[in-house]
Design a protein around this ligand. Sequence first.
Ligand SMILES: *Cc1c(COP(=O)(O)O)cnc(C)c1O
Length: 462
Amino acid sequence: MNNKELLKELPAVNDLLTRPKLVAELQRISRDFLVDVVREVLEKMRQQILSGGDALPAVEEIERQVLALIEHKTRPKLRKVINATGVVLHTNLGRAVLSEQAIKAVADTAAGYSNLEFDLDAGQRGSRHSHVENLLTQVTGAPAAMVVNNNAAAVLLVLSALAKSKEVIVSRGELVEIGGAFRVPEVMEQSGAILREVGATNKTYLRDYQAAITDQTGLLLKVHTSNYKVVGFTHETSRRELVELGRKHAIPVVEDLGSGSLIALQSLGIDVEPTVQDCLKAGIDLVTFSGDKLLGGPQAGFIVGRHDLVQFLKRHPLARAIRVDKMTIAALEATLRAYLDPDQAQRQIPTLKMLMESPEKIKHRAQSLADRLKREAPRYLFNIIPGKSRPGGGALPTTELDTWLVEIKGGVSSSQLAGRLRQGEPAVLVRIQQDSIILDPRTLLPGEDEKLSQAFSQCIMG
Ligand SMILES: *Cc1c(COP(=O)(O)O)cnc(C)c1O
């Protein structure tokens, strides 16, 4: 048979639609959807025949492909992945993992009605912000606080409300870009504020800020260089100097702290990182930071500081557009509550637990993970080697944490194996280092060792 004749032998759409296995699919998908999938599979086969394929696929094979395509199209697109990269706050993998308490709070709130905007004591309309603001002021020591959708929104609101058509003075060393298109100059433009850059990339002195102040100045802005560090010959104007300058001219001083840690991480061998409390103590008028970076909560942005400024921000029209939903509030309340006692926070919040896990414990876990994997794949080689994990998430860019890794050698090439692991069920994300697969147990959640080794054994079989 030539190609044209083969094409004629392909079954018709209607014939395929009578096959029992496909009819059974109509329990969960619509007829139109099924027809579309059948057409797509037939079209693919037509193309294969036209481009020289000389065999007519059996009808069972066509049916199998239709079922596979339905499965592919209907499986959830947002899926769980196992993070074996050792990057604790991986922005592409959803940043912070919530605590058990936060997960329960989200589930409870999502499943029923709540007093989201209802004051149960007074029996009248309440504020959705009230639930977390007291906790925020308690744990940060700020006079007032406000929650919005994320830190980018917090910065946008502050600039729009306090500096529209006015100049905002920022050091040239702090004009950051955070992944996902948050760029200080562009957010500034969007807000209607006018960027007034001062100093040089590596050195900005108090006198540079001083010289730029005019009656057009709306804010002095300090931005945390979250994902890079300027090293070498540098000079940064201190918070206290900026605060003093701002006070003298009655100009508010705002700091975009980015990650916003609430507990002093340097005690755990992590680089000196200013806490939110440090900024407030230095006299910064407003501090903004993220909920899902070092804090370890859901995506959110916080604005904490001067009472009059926060009240003004709350009444700005933009505040309504960037407000948080009830599930976020539930997760935030549970997360912030843990911080009432820093020890409790370190026990409950997965981000903090992962950052603070001791290398000895990780080594132990690497060993048992390697043993487990060896049983699944005796022909592969598993070594336990020392290495480094990263905090990630645009936080602590130069901090590396000592860890122990499982190095996998053997079989197919490491990039091929990494690809299979990524596409497996569950998906596993790994590192590749000198053509070996590397697993860092630091970011594995409890119980994931077993799922990881099952996924691995499927990958090397398939
Ligand atoms: C991460 C970060 C942002 C953006 O915060 P999101 O919560 O991701 O919107 C803004 N500024 C700085 C300095 C950051 O580190």
